[in-house]
Design a protein around this ligand. Structure first.
Ligand code: FDP
Length: 334
């Protein structure tokens, strides 16, 4: 009998297929998985902790609890990654500036960016949230600390990207540039098991995903396109259902498995949209493209953007190739 394909075995077998591999990625992915398990536990306990501590009902409780979990997740990821000597610099959505690694550790060949708890405004409502990560090879000379230059690279240069979804189960999805694989945490044994190998985003769908609360500020062409999804006059030839969680990891996860598109467009108020290029858009774009889909900011691909700022925002439209092709043609005339 073939035993379950747990994450460690998957990494080991994938590494064997590349005789020149150094094992760096194995260490990185294993430590991300460890951090994910700890954050998953914290997220699951969040409601109870609030009750136990008697914060419930207090004016600031929800905001404070949410902030607390953001900070906990940030520390957990930092602590899991700082000592493995694979990184020269880190970027966290929680920190304005690049995060240097402690002096006592050797500096590695990679730079990592992570959003420790994305969608955190949903924590209070027990709605799925997630962690997103993105890895680049350093561009500064090896040896010393990395710099902002190592982090501020265009998305097509990512060597790995992934997310962890803390939902009804905890799932870890990642790509190292050879397709996308998804693992589900078995809480009984505390292991991530390969449940969705080599994911391909479907061409057909029942859904579209966008915050229609902002539609009064949208570009008219976008509004017309989204309206067409509510009739049979669209590429799917049927009325689609709206699905918007407001938690990017969960919305992208559904899109990856269920097809269609997820968008956070620019509008008259948010002229660059809301999502962060380095922490949210680039890693999700790599995953979607590796699964056969497309991710654009409008006229062009997200992965081609030359970044200028760690926290810059970008409009995001990603999903099945057919859907994004049609949207790009209708809205951006390309
Ligand atoms: P949140 O503010 O809850 O952290 O960029 C963060 C994000 O969530 C995304 O996860 C999500 O897709 C988006 O914002 C939701 O924004 P809206 O509430 O404006 O729809």
């Amino acid at each position: 009998m073939q035993g379950p394909m747990n994450l460690t075995r998957f990494i080991y077998e994938t590494q064997k297929a590349f005789p020149t591999a150094t094992g760096d990625f194995s260490a990185i992915l294993n430590q991300i998985a460890l951090a994910a398990k700890i954050v998953s536990l914290e997220v699951n306990r969040a409601g109870i902790m609030e009750d136990v501590l008697g914060y419930q009902g207090e004016v600031n409780a929800s905001g404070d609890a949410q902030k607390k979990l953001d900070v906990i997740a940030d520390n957990v990821f930092f602590n899991a990654l700082e000592h493995i000597e694979k990184f020269c610099i880190m970027g966290s959505e929680e920190n304005e500036q690049p995060v240097k690694l402690p002096a006592q550790y050797k500096k590695g060949r990679y730079a990592i960016l992570f959003d420790p708890l994305d969608g955190s405004s949903n924590i209070d409502f027990n709605v799925s949230i997630g962690t997103i990560f993105s890895v680049y090879r350093r561009v500064t000379p090896e040896g010393g600390d990395g710099t902002l230059q190592d982090l501020l690279q265009p998305g097509y240069k990512q060597v790995a990207a992934g997310y962890v979804l803390y939902g009804s189960s905890t799932m870890m999805t990642f790509t190292t540039g050879q397709g996308v694989n998804m693992f589900t945490l078995d809480p009984q044994i505390g292991e991530f098991i390969l449940t969705h190998p080599d994911i391909r985003i479907p061409d057909t769908t029942r859904y579209y995903s966008i915050n229609e609360g902002n539609s009064a500020n949208w570009d008219e062409k976008l509004a017309t396109y989204v309206d067409s999804l509510k009739t049979e006059d669209n590429i799917h030839g049927k009325v689609l259902s709206g699905r918007y969680i407001g938690s990017m990891v969960a919305d992208v996860h559904r899109t990856l498995l269920g097809g269609g598109f997820f968008a956070y467009p620019s509008d008259r108020v948010n002229t660059s949209g809301k999502l962060r290029l380095m922490y949210e858009a680039n890693p999700m774009a790599m995953i979607i493209e590796q699964a056969g889909g497309r991710a654009i900011y409008g006229e062009g691909d997200i992965l081609g953007i030359i970044p200028r700022d760690l926290h810059q925002k970008v409009p995001v439209y990603l999903g099945s190739k057919r859907d994004i092709d049609a949207l790009q043609k209708a809205v951006f005339g390309k």
